[in-house]
Design a protein around this ligand. Structure first.
Ligand code: HEC
Ligand code: HEC
Length: 368
């Protein structure tokens, strides 16, 4: 019998090594337990990063044709998702908070008259700052953005989270958007007949939400948006009894007579054209409707030269096109696609504003 085969000969030595090993194991287990939370967070971070990466690839192949490679939307095609508006960033929040605080102070009976006078000056300065912020956002305002109503979700009355808004939009699409965009937002999930699995939709959602930069949104970000969402106008909600709209049954001579009493504001016309009235939704894609660019040139050089429009002014042609679209149907386009009820939705001032805007579209026409 070979009694020398053990590594450690004495029984005391063996007990000592055993105890040492036990302590080492306990320290190791303790160390892992302490670091588990950090390891899990790091793991989740990696998981999210990979999901965002997969989402980015899918976005480029499936969504960028309408929403733009950078997610800033494509004019006349689909709204921006990489936009302070989707994430509800309020450029005026900070200054509004300060103004409200001053007002509270002024309303307090303990505030002295001297302090009240100071508050008035401070409020005036803050209001000037507020106006300057709005002015700096003018390019976005021209595209239909309203700094006073900065949240897409609030404006839609969406009660849920942004994540659920994005996810459900991708899952089931927005079939009704067909009526105010050249092509609607389709349903993408397999459960709704689309091509994408739920995990892929999750990746896309993570990618879109990753555009949120919290408080770091800049004025440039808003101004870089190519297209803001269009709010389709429901005539029953906008026409209040004290607003006198033109009315679809009003004849052209009467319309022209009343139109002569108002002066159009092209800026406001542009805002309505791109925003509330959603004219741009159709008129920015030549396949859907005659392009907005060059409208005025086309009217004077082509439309008014046609015998059926002889003797018409450009203003009359435009007013007719908007209030009685089927009276003259642009060659190459179908009748009755352009909504027939704008006269019920517009006041004379609105119509004058729209015409004033369209009259600025006098770019040379592209060669046919
Ligand atoms: C054919 C063009 C088109 C494609 C392709 C498209 N979309 Fe859209 N999408 C739209 C339009 C148009 C809207 C606006 C719908 C509306 O106004 O209700 C929209 C709206 C959205 C919205 C809601 C934005 C908002 O403010 O209401 C999300 C989110 C969205 N799309 C995500 C995607 C994703 C993700 C993909 C790719 C899987 C995609 N879209 C592909 C046209 C498109
Ligand atoms: C649903 C799509 C759609 C919307 C929304 C729409 N249009 Fe049109 N529009 C058309 C189509 C299609 C035509 C060409 C056929 C026709 O003459 O009706 C047209 C024709 C016109 C023309 C004549 C252009 C030319 O070169 O002959 C003008 C002007 C016009 N639209 C202005 C507007 C204005 C202003 C608005 C918003 C108040 C608007 N459209 C909203 C589809 C639309």
């Amino acid at each position: 019998m070979n009694l020398k085969r053990e590594l450690i000969e004495s029984i005391d030595g063996r007990i000592f090594v055993g105890v040492l090993c036990f302590i080492a194991i306990m320290i190791l287990v303790g160390w892992i337990a302490i670091n588990e939370a950090a390891r899990m967070t790091a793991f989740e971070g990696q998981y999210l990063a990979r999901s965002i990466e997969r989402g980015a690839t899918m976005f480029n192949t499936n969504c960028s044709t309408c929403h733009g490679i950078d997610g800033r939307g494509l004019t006349g095609r689909a709204p921006a998702l990489n936009s302070p508006y989707l994430f509800g960033f309020n450029y005026l929040a900070d200054v509004d908070r300060q103004i409200a605080a001053l007002q509270t102070e002024a309303a307090n009976s303990a505030t002295t008259d001297a302090r009240k006078a100071e508050i008035e000056t401070e409020t005036a300065a803050l209001n000037a700052e507020r106006d300057a912020i709005i002015a700096s956002l003018q390019p976005a305002v021209d595209k239909g953005y309203n700094p006073e109503e900065p949240s897409r979700l609030k404006n839609l009355g969406w009660g849920g989270t942004l994540r659920s808004f994005v996810e459900t939009t991708i899952i089931s699409g927005r079939p009704p958007s067909e009526s105010y965009w050249p092509q609607p937002m389709a349903a993408w999930s397999q459960t709704a007949g689309g091509p994408l699995r739920m995990d892929q939709i999750e990746d896309l959602t993570n990618y879109i939400l990753n555009w949120n930069i919290g408080d770091a949104w800049t004025v440039e970000d808003a101004n870089a948006v190519n297209q803001f969402p269009i709010v389709p106008v429901d005539p029953s909600t906008v026409v209040s009894s004290d607003v006198q709209t033109i009315g679809v049954n009003t004849e052209m001579p009467t319309i022209m007579e009343n139109l002569a009493t108002v002066t159009g504001d092209p800026q406001n016309g542009q805002v309505m054209y791109n925003g509330a009235l959603a004219c741009a939704g159709c008129h920015m894609t030549a396949a859907v409707a005659p392009l907005m660019e060059g409208t005025m040139t086309r009217v004077t050089d082509i439309r008014l030269q046609q015998p059926e429009n002889a003797g018409m002014t450009a203003e009359e042609f435009l007013a007719t096109s908007i209030t009685h679209p089927n009276a003259y149907v642009t060659p190459g386009y179908p009748a009755s696609v352009m909504p027939q009820n704008f006269a019920d939705r517009l006041t004379y001032q609105d119509l004058a504003d729209l015409i004033a805007f369209l009259e600025t579209q006098d770019q040379p026409l592209p060669p046919q």
